[in-house]
Design a protein around this ligand. Structure first.
Ligand SMILES: [Zn+2]
Length: 318
């Protein structure tokens, strides 16, 4: 009996009347999701069968469960790639099939809550899930990677699907490049960024902006904080070139940076930052508007790619 019902019952008894119990609603008080069209976990099997008549294309977010600073949810990479896939599927009428929550994040294990699976396990789970979808008649697969640490694994899954099954797979990040380039061309110069660019990667202002657009109530921006970065000395020295987007500096910096503590490189997040944010940009520049612009551009580019793919290889082509 909750307090309200108890008070109502006592008041009823005092009045000598039959107590009228204010009933709790018959549904869970914490359920808040709305049914999203084409989102597999929300669909009935006849709805999946109907969708199969319209499209043989599936988008699969490749997710991660890892620390995202003091302000962002552990599920950021799962949530953001899943929400982006849902937005794409509303416009392109394709299936969204989330498979796994964790990804490959060994270098974030110094922060509680991070779950990391080996790349081998991850690729096997996605590959076998794709085989299930192929059995049902889905043919084409778009893998949307939400976490840098899954990049090679995602490419490997795409290749395995193409090499070993009747299915055809493409990676979203690669597919949208020409469409994003066209948009940048149409918009003229790049959108304005910070006057003096600074190092701004994991859990930083671009990712936080995306979260502020996609899952705003899961962030606590009052806690958002960068930390002084502790980089190995030679990496600290090359940082200005990395920030200036020098391709060679960036390549060797990222080859060494953000690696598991066990590698001895001293570049796991816990060794480089006390907050978990790998960057030094001021969080004042993280906004929902910025996230919206970025995500909308990516969603539109993906929809344009899908339209082109549908022309080149229409749904139902055997
Ligand atoms: Zn992330």
């Amino acid at each position: 009996m909750n307090d309200f019902i108890r008070v109502a019952a006592v008041a009823g008894a005092m009045l000598g009347a039959t107590p009228v119990l204010a009933a709790d609603p018959p549904t869970s008080p914490i359920w808040h999701e709305q049914k999203v069209k084409n989102y597999l976990p929300h669909m009935s099997w006849p709805e999946v069968a109907d969708l199969l008549m319209r499209s043989d294309l599936v988008i699969i977010p490749v997710a991660a469960m890892e620390e995202h600073g003091l302000h962002g949810p552990i599920g950021t990479d799962f949530l953001n790639s899943n929400e982006e896939a849902k937005l794409i599927a509303q416009k392109a009428d394709i299936l969204v099939a989330p498979i796994l929550l964790p990804g490959n994040s060994p270098y974030h294990m110094g922060f509680p809550g991070t779950i990391s699976l080996p790349a081998e396990t991850i690729q096997k789970v996605y590959f076998e899930a794709v085989q299930s979808l192929i059995q049902h008649g889905f043919k084409r697969f778009l893998l949307l990677n939400g976490h840098g640490g899954n990049a090679a694994t995602t490419r490997f899954i795409v290749d395995r699907v193409n090499q070993e099954t009747p299915g055809i797979a493409v990676e979203v990040g690669e597919a949208i490049q020409p469409y994003l380039a066209k948009m940048r061309g149409a918009e003229g110069a790049k959108p304005p960024v910070a006057a003096t660019p600074v190092f701004d990667r994991h859990g930083g202002t671009p990712e936080t902006s995306s979260s502020l657009y996609l899952t705003p109530n899961l962030l606590d921006m009052s806690k958002a904080k960068t930390a002084p970065l502790k980089l190995p000395e030679h990496m600290q020295k090359m940082l200005p070139q990395v920030v200036a987007e020098d391709p060679t500096a960036k390549l060797v910096f990222l080859a060494e940076g953000l690696k598991a503590k066990e590698t001895g490189k001293k570049t796991s997040t816990r060794e480089m930052t006390a907050t978990g944010v790998w960057g030094v940009a001021d969080f004042a520049s993280a906004t929902a508007e910025r996230g919206k612009a970025n995500i909308t551009r990516r969603v539109d580019a993906t929809v344009q790619f899908i339209e082109a793919w549908n022309k080149l290889r229409p749904s139902g082509t055997k």
